[in-house]
Ligand binder design. Structure first.
Ligand SMILES: *Cc1c(COP(=O)(O)O)cnc(C)c1O
Length: 489
């Protein structure tokens, strides 16, 4: 498979899988996308097979250049609660299904891809020397990248997170990370500031040279890296296969997916799955109060001239949603010039307006809804009271949005909500939703467990016992110096 930049005119210039994964971002500032979409063979969708095998087959459609991939996926998913089924599909009283994507080592869906990426990266970098993975996180990517790369020879991973933008547990998961090849640093500002800072470092020649002098080339573990997207496609195929196996849909029948969305990486994998032939009817994009995606998908206008809110679903507190660029490319910008000019508008004017034809294509695939903090807490409380089920605040946003979609449109297609985090990553918000007192940190984990009878996962329990190793906070313009400081140590 060859990959092209979203901004390349006429799709000029292609790169192979190894180069694409190694570089993260295309040299022209665009994102790499598949040159064409491979077709999913039907027997891969409908035949029963272990998760790791299906995932390896999906990956092979994109990354066959990197060799036999089943050993990679088998090892990655061996670290999940149930290696045979790392992503269980659960039937809910509403008749919906929940695809639980948080049973990996860091208890968020980011593990589904970030347990696979290190091996892909090492294969991609084989002849190229050491690689430094530079990552901005809204909370969950950072820990998942640290956990994936820690102790992997030939790599160094550096994570920047917004000082006040994550939950206390998310922060502690990162600042207690073990390993010699890791660095973690807080940034003053919000996630967009951290992400913009990292993007700036990628295009800063002096910084790249300083990294190279220390023996490293730069790469990214954010969802801008195509190596993150392909493993995510696999769980959409798996969810569909499970629906067929359970008799919830007939082979070929369509299903809806509702996805709590921030950087548009998760839901984009659903779009790619549909492009590859998976019978997906609609992708329902669920946002919190930072509703930039709801607005662009309903009105066509993307605008950053708005307030940034800190919400109970911090991993979705994002205004500059990077992967939306890939969606534009697919929905009508495929010669690159439209995508390029829209992204230039966003840079210069802080907004863009999609052409009418592109908006109408988007509407064929996507619906979009918003759920604010009050509604999020209500949703958590109501589902707990009704059935004892605990959903983290991000998943609660998606549940509320799916309900809105069904009420508004009468859409009765079988629906799957993607559950993206373990509720125990956000114990303060969960306790509040349940009307309980919340004090930060370990106490709130215990309190949530006592209030609900649900156990604390082994991984989160361990994090609370480890010492904090990283406690620095820098201004965005000092991120480069902080990164180089880690590499020198
Ligand atoms: C990252 C994350 C999201 C948003 O996913 P995107 O791929 O950035 O859209 C939603 N929920 C949780 C818990 C996350 O960690």
């Amino acid at each position: 498979m060859r990959f092209i930049s979203t901004r390349a005119p006429g799709g000029a210039g292609t790169a192979g899988a190894a180069e694409t994964i190694r570089q993260g971002l295309a040299p022209d500032g665009g994102l790499y996308v598949p040159e064409t979409f491979p077709r999913l063979p039907e027997e891969w969708i409908f035949a029963e097979m272990p998760y790791a095998q299906r995932a390896a087959r999906v990956l092979s459609l994109f990354f066959s250049e990197l060799g036999e991939l089943e050993p990679v996926t088998r090892e990655a998913y061996a670290r999940f609660d149930d290696p045979a089924c790392p992503a269980p599909l659960v039937r809910e009283p509403e008749g919906w299904h929940t695809l639980e994507l948080f049973h990996g080592p860091t208890r968020a869906f980011k593990d589904m891809a970030l347990q696979v990426l290190p091996d892909l990266m090492l294969r991609a970098c084989e002849a190229e020397g050491k690689v430094c993975i530079l990552t901005a996180t809204s909370g969950d990517t950072g820990k998942a990248a640290l956990e994936g790369f820690a102790g992997r020879g030939g790599t160094f991973v550096i994570v920047f997170y917004p000082k006040d933008g994550t939950s206390s547990i998310q922060e502690r998961q990162m600042t207690t990370q073990q390993g010699d090849n890791v660095g973690v640093c807080a940034v003053e500002g919000n996630f967009d500031d951290a992400q913009t800072g990292v993007k700036r470092l990628f295009s800063d020649k002096a910084f790249r040279e300083a990294v190279a002098r220390r023996g490293y080339s730069l790469s990214a573990a954010n969802s801008i890296n195509i190596g993150r997207l392909a493993p995510q496609i696999a769980y959409y195929v798996h969810a569909y296969a499970e629906m067929v196996r359970l008799g919830e849909v007939k082979p070929g029948g369509e299903v809806n997916f509702c996805v709590p969305t921030g950087n548009f990486g998760n839901i984009l994998a659903g779009l790619y799955a549909r492009k590859m032939g998976l019978p997906v009817k609609r992708l329902i994009c669920a946002s919190n109060r930072n509703r930039v995606l709801t607005d662009v998908l309903t009105t066509g206008r993307y605008s950053l001239e708005r307030e940034f809110y800190l919400t109970h679903s911090p991993s979705m507190d994002i205004l500059v949603s990077s992967n939306f660029e890939r969606a534009i490319h697919l929905m009508g910008g495929s010669d690159g010039s439209l995508t390029r000019s829209l992204m230039e508008n966003l840079n210069h004017d802080r907004s863009f307006v999609l052409p009418e034809s592109v908006i109408s294509t988007f509407r064929e695939y996507f619906s979009a809804y918003t759920c604010d903090d009050t509604e999020t807490l209500n949703e958590i409380q109501e589902s707990y009271n009704a059935s004892g089920r605990l959903f983290d605040p991000h998943t609660a946003v998606a549940r509320k949005c799916l309900r809105d979609h069904q009420n508004k449109t009468g859409d009765a297609a079988p629906a799957i909500v993607l559950a993206t985090a373990d509720p125990f990553k956000f114990p303060e918000a969960m306790l509040r939703a349940l009307g309980k007192e919340a004090s930060p940190g370990a106490d709130s984990l215990r309190a949530l467990s006592e209030a609900t009878g649900h156990p604390i996962s082994e991984q989160l329990r361990r994090v609370m016992e480890l010492p904090v190793r990283f406690d620095r906070t820098v201004k965005p313009d000092a991120m480069g110096a902080a990164a180089l400081g880690f590499l020198k140590d």
